[in-house]
Write a protein that binds this ligand. Sequence first.
Ligand SMILES: Cc1cc2nc3c(=O)[nH]c(=O)nc-3n(C[C@H](O)[C@H](O)[C@H](O)COP(=O)(O)OP(=O)(O)OC[C@H]3O[C@@H](n4cnc5c(N)ncnc54)[C@H](O)[C@@H]3O)c2cc1C
Length: 362
Amino acid sequence: MKGIVVGGGIIGLSTARSLLKSGYSITVIDKESIGRGASWSSGGMLAPQSEGLGKGVFLDLCIKSRSMYKDFIQELEYETGIDTGYWESGIICPAFSEEESYLLKKRLDEYLSIGLTGEWLDRKDLEKIHPHLNINIKGGVLYDKDGQVDSRALMKALVKSVKNYNADIIEDCKVLGVEEKNGRFFRLKTEKGYIYGDFCIISAGAWSGNIIDIPVFPVKGEMIAIDNPDISLSKIFYSSYAYIIPRKNKTRVVVGATEEKVGFKEGNTVKGVKKLLNGLVQTFPDMENRNIIEIWFGFRPATPDFLPVLDESWIKNLYISTGHYRNGILLAPISAKLISELIEKKAGNIYTQKFSHKRFRR
Ligand SMILES: Cc1cc2nc3c(=O)[nH]c(=O)nc-3n(C[C@H](O)[C@H](O)[C@H](O)COP(=O)(O)OP(=O)(O)OC[C@H]3O[C@@H](n4cnc5c(N)ncnc54)[C@H](O)[C@@H]3O)c2cc1C
């Protein structure tokens, strides 16, 4: 059986890889180069608890995906020889006020009550992790199971892997739309002609709504990176100001991310970079003299309820995996598994029901 994956970001590539491993013949098509998109721009945090997600099916989905990450990475690194910077570093959510302490402790209690882990650390404990903290930081929650991957290294590994499995890759070719015949997927219309397949997956990130009728829109995020000489920071700090991510290989500290609904307006703004720099020095005043080594931006794929779409579409054999918004890196393993199982076994489950496109088509 031949399948087509539209979009070579993390969602498209991890789904393509899963299907290739099961013996399908897969074409990946992208309007630019594969391995880029929002996925390349991302912070790479695997952070369902630090994100403060409330109890429910979406949190369950995120926790499941986080628990799949170690195996996903081990296999990928073994296969490709690429170090993806995966690090179960733990993430600290610091509190800058008594009110924030209260809210963070309340969320922690909620997580503990459903069997997740985490602990409150006093300021003294935080100073052992980084001695130069803003004087207003009272303490913070450590989520020990949250962590990170270097999203750019991960994208390199996924590109290498799908090539190893002999995926057919078409780059610099924009998909214009989908054609059906008798309610089934027939072919893709692209700017360079038609592409035929037995099934197709739309995983075109923030641009997915340009291809089929789903309400996906971009939420822009800006990022910066500073150099990291001799820094022993070993945990991510994720506050209301910014998140600060020391990479495992100690080459850089990544600071993110702004959130703006400005369509696909490209570029870094003074406002955006200022916010990130402020977030950095608000947390670690001693980092003021570091060098800025890069600034960049990306477009998160969001839906009206900020939840993903993971299901077969209203056209048979046309599948949708998009709208992963702030958690697409985290959700890659589970999204690939859900869509592959739908295709291979026609097996939907609670997640494909809950995250069906149907909620937008009443
Ligand atoms: C600044 C920032 C920080 C983030 N931080 C995190 C984080 O720490 N943790 C986390 O889990 N998530 C994070 N995210 C979110 C995460 O990056 C996204 O949810 C995820 O990358 C979405 O992956 P995707 O494959 O759906 O989309 P993308 O990676 O954007 O890939 C979509 C691909 O589709 C292609 N495409 C689009 N239209 C067409 C077309 N018409 N024809 C052919 N190809 C097309 C694009 O060129 C692109 O390559 C962050 C996002 C941003 C922007």
